[in-house]
Design a protein around this ligand. Structure first.
Ligand code: NDP
Ligand code: 2IT
Length: 451
């Protein structure tokens, strides 16, 4: 049995339905870092994987709130404080009905290695709730956020744990959460990132993840000797924070993003996505993407019921570069085959773990440049750390300054990942490069810090 197989065996009891995505993420990392474990036995001797895979703590709490008809609602809240070897726990909050401990452990585990790759002093965490903001009034969202933070505030702080947004949590929710934290603690401090700019947020935090994904892709294509994105057709999935800003940056650099999608269906617009309309539908009005074709009648809308079997309408389109930016496991083996058949040259993950293991393997085998989430979407958390920095020094940075620092961060991550892959004999494999580089830094800190 190889070292990687021995390590995975130690966790086979945790492979239950609730932990499926967590197990998937963990298994990928362990197989990826096998060359490091084989070449340096200290990581096994110090039981680093056993210590890294079990979170420092999982906080689980009840959230009770009154809906608009004065009916009592009960949800579950979580914060998984995973690892703080490199800095305070840091990572987003997800509000979505599919949230459970297994999903948050997968996201928190990925976050440790992602945050390590940024080179910034931040540990890994994730949290959230099974609360569904869809269809709720602003007042209901506010009441839920107040109830959630009334409990969570006990466990977080600017030097302890700094949450941010993720699916279902944007600047509106962060505002309500911040307001409650301030009220119950009487402290005005940088305890959350992704705040609106006028009360302590960083310029460019909303754009950071999507823009960073495009900056990462530009670097990856350059390193791999491929043609740049300018003038190229691109396919993007999702229609939330990450997808919208990836589309915006693609348009700014002269690429042609022709798709976007939400949980109900996919838009294809061969002339390029109308970004202002998309923002109005999804950010301002939180409406369905279907409305896009009411304005652009020549575009097409494919509802999920009509997706190809085992696949998604976005990835049936011919494109040079693909950007899955919606959710985990949204890009399947069928989708990967469609992309390959249509001549796709690169896939960059904007969402966390959007490609299934089978899809990733197929894309890599066929020579498609593959930018894994923990490297490619690290721009969001990097600008979150810039926000922590600005809050701590009571300062404000200009948009251009944040943008330059973000570009620099994404280029450095990309080069480091490519170099690490080369050093460990897997040149061109950005998945292994990211896992090894991210893991090594955290593991070395854990060893240096003792038990
Ligand atoms: P949003 O809530 O802003 O948008 C999520 C988008 O994905 C929406 O279009 C939503 O559709 C769609 N979606 C969500 N769940 C599903 C599903 N089960 N099936 C199909 N579509 C779905 O979230 P973000 O844009 O912030 O997050 C998207 C991804 O990026 C997530 O994987 C997140 O973890 C990751 N990420 C986010 C970062 C950030 O800074 N926000 C940073 C790094 C990664 P609908 O509108 O119908 O709900
Ligand atoms: O997955 C992620 O990196 C995020 N949701 C952002 C985390 C953060 O702390 O900004």
């Amino acid at each position: 049995m190889t070292i990687a197989e021995q390590e995975i065996k130690k966790f086979e009891n945790s492979n239950c339905a609730e932990n499926a995505v967590f197990y998937q993420a963990m298994e990928e990392v362990i197989y990826s870092i096998a060359p490091l474990l084989e070449s340096d036995k200290k990581y096994t001797e110090h039981a680093i994987l056993e210590r890294l895979i079990v979170p420092d703590r999982v906080i689980k709490f009840k959230v009770t709130w009154l809906d608009d008809s004065n009916k009592i609602q009960v949800n579950t809240g979580y914060r998984v404080q995973y690892n703080n070897a490199l800095g305070p726990y840091k990572g987003g909050l997800r509000f979505h009905p599919t949230v459970n401990e297994g999903v948050l452990k997968f996201l928190g585990f990925e976050q440790i290695l992602k945050n390590s790759l940024t080179g910034l002093p931040i540990g890994g965490a994730k949290g959230g709730s099974d609360f569904d903001p869809k269809g709720k009034s602003d007042f209901e969202v506010m009441k839920f956020c107040t109830a959630f933070m009334t409990e969570l505030h006990k466990y977080i702080g600017p030097r302890m744990d700094v949450p941010a947004g993720d699916i279902g949590v944007g600047s509106r929710e962060i505002g309500y959460l911040f307001g409650t934290y301030k009220k119950v603690t009487s402290k005005y401090e940088g305890v959350l990132t992704g705040k609106p700019f006028f009360f302590g947020g960083s310029l460019m935090r909303p754009e950071a993840t999507g823009y960073g994904v495009v900056y990462f892709t530009q670097s990856m294509l350059e390193i791999e000797g491929k043609e740049s994105l300018e003038g190229k057709v691109c396919a993007v999935s999702g229609a939330g924070n990450v997808a919208i800003h990836a589309i915006e940056k693609l348009l700014q650099i002269g690429a042609l993003p022709v798709t976007c999608s939400d949980s109900k269906g996919t838009i294809y617009d061969s002339r390029g996505i109308d970004i202002e309309l998309l923002k109005d539908i999804k950010l301002n009005r939180r409406a369905s993407l279907r409305e896009y074709i009411e304005v652009h009648t020549e575009a097409s809308y494919t509802p999920v019921e009509e997706y190809p079997e085992g696949g998604h309408a976005v990835w049936e389109r011919e494109c040079y570069a693909a950007f899955p930016c919606a959710t985990q496991n949204e890009l399947t083996e069928t989708d990967a085959q469609n992309l390959i058949n249509n001549g796709c040259v690169s896939v960059t993950e904007g969402a966390n773990m959007p490609s299934t293991p089978q899809a990733t393997e197929l894309l890599q085998k066929n020579g498609v440049c593959f930018g894994p989430a923990k490297a490619a979407n690290a721009g969001g958390v990097a600008v979150s750390e810039f926000e922590m920095s600005q809050n701590a020094s009571m300062s404000r940075w200009a948009f251009e300054k944040v943008d330059v620092k973000l570009q620099d961060t994404m280029q450095k991550i990309c080069k480091r990942v490519a170099l690490t892959a080369k050093d460990y004999g897997v040149e061109g494999n950005y998945v292994d490069g990211a896992n090894i580089a991210g893991f090594k830094k955290v593991a070395d800190a854990m060893i240096a810090e003792g038990l």
